[in-house]
Design a protein around this ligand. Structure first.
Ligand code: ADP
Length: 191
């Protein structure tokens, strides 16, 4: 099994690049943001709860997203591997993911971190907000809060994974195909 974390701040291009990795390596995509937005559009009780956090640019509680990921993994036992996108976002989530993967006998191969300058992130998110309709992409103060939350709660994962020898930095600036090539080269060295 090839299990990978696609990591980076909001607007780093995780969703876009996940598409290339999925088609190249035939992996399952697990995006917590996508799952949560789906719950919100179906107005489930989980979705209604999550919306309160997402609309402020805050993180949804760890227990909620960990439970979601566990259920999705258990419902696809035939998967050749997973790309975790937007998860983990806290050290507690990373510890929970390690436990889940070890239980499956397929520990994480690597964490691919897309590195993008902050002003570029803000420009990309505002641009996406014009077409995606995502309310969390349309307000500069919410975007700035998401980047702040990333710096405080999520960036410490770089240390967490580099201590395990699993951190791979990828330049996330430039055109989409060039970034995909960099990612694929990195994954090929992991296999
Ligand atoms: P982006 O990476 O552009 O912020 P996502 O779709 O990954 O977009 O996430 C959107 C929002 O969903 C986040 O701002 C957060 O509120 C919530 N969210 C997604 N994944 C997680 C997670 N692993 N833990 C907590 N909250 C999450």
């Amino acid at each position: 099994m090839l299990n990978l974390v696609l990591f980076g701040p909001p607007g780093a291009g995780k969703g876009t690049q996940a598409e290339f990795l999925i088609s190249t390596y035939h992996l399952n995509h697990l995006s917590t943001g996508e799952i949560l937005r789906n719950e919100i559009s179906r107005q489930t009780s989980l979705g209604n709860q999550a919306k309160k956090y997402i609309d402020k640019g805050e993180l949804v509680p760890d227990s909620v997203v960990i439970c979601m990921i566990r259920q999705k993994m258990e419902s696809t036992p035939e998967a050749k591997g997973f790309i975790f996108d937007g998860f983990p976002r806290t050290v507690d989530q990373a510890v929970a993911l390690d436990k889940l993967l070890i239980k499956q006998g397929a520990p994480l191969k690597g964490m691919l971190s897309l590195e993008v300058e902050e002003q570029e992130l803000i420009d990309r998110l505002l641009k996406r907000g014009l077409i995606s309709g995502r309310s969390d992409d349309q307000d500069l103060s919410i975007i700035k809060n998401r980047i702040e939350v990333y710096n405080q709660k999520t960036a410490p994962l770089i240390r967490y994974y580099s201590d395990q020898g699993k951190y791979y930095s990828i330049n996330g600036m430039g055109n989409i195909e060039d970034i995909a090539d960099r990612l694929i080269k990195a994954v090929d060295t992991l296999q």
